[in-house]
Design a protein around this ligand. Structure first.
Ligand code: ZN
Ligand code: ZN
Length: 410
């Protein structure tokens, strides 16, 4: 090849590359909730109304995760006006008034009933490419009872999203055994299907079901709920129990130093049960925001597995960037809002001492950068707003966001 032809070749190559880059969509943020109940289990809304609540408020993705059931098969639910009835005539009317309703009703022995729409029907009615993605889900709900006269139940609830086949709850010899049986089941299903399946441990502090030592030993799962919108889930802990934030760091220290397991990542969810008022478990309290090129389960799962997402109960983040030397976050303060950014993590210890969770740095600003010192085991951030949460779980609860832990240099 003559030398003078090189610039032409280079230009052609660059043009080709430029075109390839142009056709590749840029990563952007997608908002979603991965923990939602409906009348398919103990939620109090028709699945259509639950999905519409999220889609109408700008969410991009949603997983309906009912207890030990997929939204599949034919299920009729009684419509009643009596006190406490979960399906009221107004709900049926609201769905029937919608633009493209898909809802069957009937009367059996004088009792009106509505058929709960299946996942495939809900997808047909609500999913729109690039706008809204409805993901199949299940809350695999196990309860492990400790032995002996003092024995008690330990709720072990794990969400699987993106699954195609039902996964049954597990019985096991310990909380850890139940956790690993369910996460192994999710991993096995992942091997059988092409599209991704993600599992997350839900509300570890609900009924004090799962402690940080149990969490540390999850072999084939990495996600857990650092925030759950249900008021009964005790994320903040109490005098005898650690908060989910502290559990996260303690579990990760053990995973990295002793068990050689990957870092646990924290998600935030609604765990919605109540769509018609009430303060226990309403929608819109906690969500995740994922940075991905496209709104597909494949792209979302890839980004989440890489830790490219944040969890929030109100605080908005515009950028997260991690380099070989630093961890940087940029949040968006609203008028009158002050943000406190904490870099949390642990430092490697010398000798036999077990590393302890600690605050590595704090900054009152919209944007903060933490320069690695070289001895950090892992680093993550937690951003706390001066604004109260829209539906506080505990008195004085402030809005927060959490970004994912990373190991510097890895
Ligand atoms: Zn649960
Ligand atoms: Zn739930």
């Amino acid at each position: 090849m003559k030398l003078k032809s090189l610039p032409i070749l280079a230009t052609l190559l660059l043009l080709g590359l430029g075109q390839a880059l142009e056709s590749q969509p840029k990563p952007r943020w997608w908002k979603g909730n991965t923990h939602t109940h409906t009348l398919w289990s103990d939620g109090n809304a028709l699945p259509d109304l639950a999905v519409a609540w999220y889609k109408d408020r700008g969410y991009h993705f949603l997983a309906l995760t009912d207890h030990n059931i997929l939204q599949d098969g034919e299920t009729w639910f009684p419509v009643a006006t009596a006190g406490g009835a979960r399906l009221q005539p107004e709900q049926v009317e609201m769905v029937l008034k919608a633009k493209d309703p898909i809802l069957e009703t009937r009367t059996r022995e004088g009792q009106p009933e509505a058929r709960l729409n299946r996942h495939d029907e809900l997808v047909q009615r609500f999913s729109q490419p690039g706008e809204f993605l409805l993901i199949p889900g299940e809350e695999i709900t196990s309860n492990w009872r400790s032995p002996g006269p003092e024995g008690r139940g330990h709720p072990v609830h794990i969400n699987a999203i993106g699954l195609e086949e039902f996964i049954p709850p597990a019985r096991g010899s310990s909380v850890v055994d139940v956790l690993n049986q369910v996460f192994d089941g999710i991993a096995a299903q992942q091997e059988d299907q092409e599209s991704p399946v993600l599992g997350h441990l839900n509300h570890p502090n609900f009924g004090w079901g799962v402690n940080w030592e149990d969490m540390a030993q999850i072999r084939k799962g990495v996600f857990f709920e650092v925030y759950n919108g249900h008021t009964g889930t005790a994320d903040a802990g109490n005098a005898l129990h650690l908060s989910t934030d502290e559990m996260w760091d303690r579990a990760n220290i053990r995973r990295l130093t002793e068990l050689k397991l990957p870092l646990l990542l924290g998600v935030s969810t609604d765990d919605t049960h109540h769509y018609h008022g009430g303060k226990v478990a309403g929608p819109g309290r906690g969500w995740i925001v994922v940075r991905a090129e496209t709104l597909t389960m494949k792209a979302l799962a890839k980004a989440m597995r890489a830790g490219d997402f944040y969890s929030t109960s109100g605080v908005e983040i515009s950028d997260i960037s991690v380099s070989a030397s630093s961890y940087q976050v940029q949040a968006k303060a609203r008028p009158g809002e002050t943000l406190t950014i904490e870099f949390l993590g642990a430092r490697k210890s010398q000798g036999e001492q077990v590393p302890q969770p600690q605050v590595l740095a704090t900054s009152q600003a919209e944007q903060a950068t933490y320069e690695f010192q070289g001895d950090e085991l892992f680093v993550r951030t937690r951003i706390t707003s001066s604004l109260a949460h829209s539906a506080p779980k505990v008195k004085g609860e402030l809005q927060r966001a959490w970004t994912q832990p990373i190991q510097p240099g890895k």
